[in-house]
Design a protein around this ligand. Structure first.
Ligand SMILES: C[S@@+](CC[C@H](N)C(=O)[O-])C[C@H]1O[C@@H](n2cnc3c(N)ncnc32)[C@H](O)[C@@H]1O
Length: 492
């Protein structure tokens, strides 16, 4: 069982309960809001889950657990900020649509969804008691376990995991400096009202990081009820006509914790979002949402936790340069031939990295998944790229790769070698990690990192075994090819 408790519990139980109670009262007061009497917000800090929502009685399937009126959501449509500074938020056709932070720190154009929501959240936060969402801000976190907040020593526990290179803290900071700070500075009279103390640049950057992390772990993409085919031009819940989706903070829906086996679903309707039970929920069970088929590395990066159920979606990334090293080890070829073959391609002809995952089905409509956690195939795109270079080598040196059979063998052997090289980059073995996980000596962030790297090693081992099986199969079928056929035997 994976222990996920990490943060020291700094707020007293009574203060924590009081904030939850105030938040619930505030939520219920929104016109159109509902909260089922058989559920409650519970303090789950002892199991490292912050707040969560628990069933107080058995709940039948399809029960509406709570309703969030769209007016209670925080985004550019509901906050006064966009109305006060319309020029800042004016959309253009070149607006980004991916809901990911700009990582180039570019200054031009209107803010994308991500930047807009950070601005709105900074504005509402600085309004303090004057914000309609003050009771909501009171239950938002101020500390995070997402990778952005880990020290180098803590990140070292992830060993060779590629997730370490996807944290993007510096990119986020460049984006804050380019796109957030200038707007807040230029409109200080709007952001700092009612005697609010002006923040220094450093304070504003750290607030932007905090809010950015909150958005990453809490915000929702707000779909429209409509299927998008004939949306009205003036439909204010869809920001443009090309299916772009607005991001927003959805009070109460984001009190739900989540897992890869879950029991509730958030439905996006015209005037509200409703959360319903997608299967019967027994008294005492936690109501759980779903964040998608994410591996534990990505779950840790974005949400700051790991889960046994998410391990089936674990992934490993194999850099192409590692595959090239592996190819050079398995292919006995002169350096000149290698150099001439490589020179036929531009760097952009090749992918930089390849993902190994189990490609398993997502959970069904009841939030349950099925089938074993097993790797069924090796990455096709990796095989194609290796074959591209092998074909170039064959043209220059046919004796090295006499036929397709030999090329397949070399390809499999290079893949297997690359997986072995990747596995060797982790400084502990799978067995070491298994031992560490089976006792309680490692806890908190280190334990979550240990679980991520262990999951990646398991995939690599599965990939190595699969490549070996295929190599044996390929050798066996080659042997068959070399055997005289049954017909020939008979006629001899
Ligand atoms: C949308 S919030 C859910 C509410 C949150 N527990 C709170 O107290 O505000 C998402 C955050 O909750 C925590 N969380 C969600 N699901 C979890 C789980 N299955 N195990 C541990 N923590 C979880 C993570 O810290 C995540 O970043």
């Amino acid at each position: 069982m994976i222990k996920t408790k990490t943060k020291a519990i700094t707020m007293s139980d009574s203060a924590f309960e009081e904030k939850s109670a105030n938040f619930l009262d505030w939520f219920k007061a929104w016109p159109g809001a509902s909260f089922h009497e058989d559920i409650e917000i519970r303090d789950l800090r002892n199991s490292g889950r912050g707040r969560g929502i628990i069933a107080k009685a058995d709940i039948p399937e399809d029960t509406v657990l709570f309703t969030i009126p769209r007016a209670a959501i925080i985004n550019t449509q509901t906050s006064e900020l966009a109305k006060t500074l319309p020029a800042v938020f004016a959309p253009t056709v070149t607006d980004d649509t991916d809901n990911e932070a700009d990582d180039d720190g570019g200054e031009s154009g209107p803010p994308d969804n991500w930047v807009s929501l950070i601005l709105v959240m900074i504005y509402e936060y600085l309004q303090g008691e004057n914000s309609r969402w003050k009771r909501y801000f009171d239950v938002l976190p101020t500390e995070f376990d997402t990778l952005m907040w880990w020290s180098d020593a803590e990140l070292d526990w992830l060993q060779a995991s590629s997730i370490v290179h996807k944290i993007g803290k510096d990119d986020a900071e460049s984006m804050f400096r380019a796109r957030i700070l200038p707007i807040v500075e230029k409109n200080a009279d709007v952001f700092y009202t009612n005697g609010a103390q002006k923040l220094s640049e450093d304070e504003l950057i750290s607030l932007a990081h905090r809010i950015g992390s909150t958005i990453m772990a809490y915000a929702f993409d707000l779909e429209n009820d409509d299927d998008g085919a004939d949306q009205e031009e003036d439909d204010e819940w869809v920001e443009d006509r090309e299916g772009k989706i607005l991001m927003g903070m959805v009070p109460m829906a984001d009190i739900l914790n989540a897992d890869a086996e879950f029991n509730a679903h958030v439905n996006h309707e015209e005037d509200s979002l409703t959360v319903t039970a997608i299967r019967p929920i027994a008294v005492g069970q936690e109501i759980l949402n779903y964040y998608g088929p994410l591996g534990n590395g990505e779950l840790l990066r974005r949400y700051g936790y790991t889960s046994v159920h998410h391990a089936r979606y674990d992934v490993v990334e194999i850099p192409w340069n590692l595959v090239v090293s592996a190819l050079k080890q398995v292919l006995v070829v002169d350096n000149t031939v290698w150099g001439e073959a490589s020179a036929q391609f531009e760097p952009e002809d090749f992918e930089d990295a390849f993902v190994i995952d189990r490609d398993l089905d997502e959970p069904d409509s009841r939030g349950e998944y099925h089938g074993p956690k097993a790797l069924k195939s090796l990455p096709e795109d990796l095989r194609d790229q290796i074959n591209t270079i092998l074909k170039a080598i064959r043209k220059l040196s046919p004796e090295t790769i006499p036929d397709k059979q030999r090329r397949d063998e070399i390809c499999l052997s290079a893949m297997r070698r690359a997986f072995q090289l990747k596995l060797a980059e982790y400084i502990t073995s799978t067995a070491d990690d298994e031992k560490l996980l089976s006792n309680d000596t490692v806890s908190g962030r280190s334990r979550m990192a240990l679980f991520v790297r262990y999951g990646e090693k398991l995939i690599l081992q599965e990939a190595i075994s699969l490549a070996s099986e295929k190599m044996n199969g390929s050798i066996a079928s080659q042997d068959e090819d070399n055997q005289p056929s049954a017909k020939r035997l008979r006629t001899k």
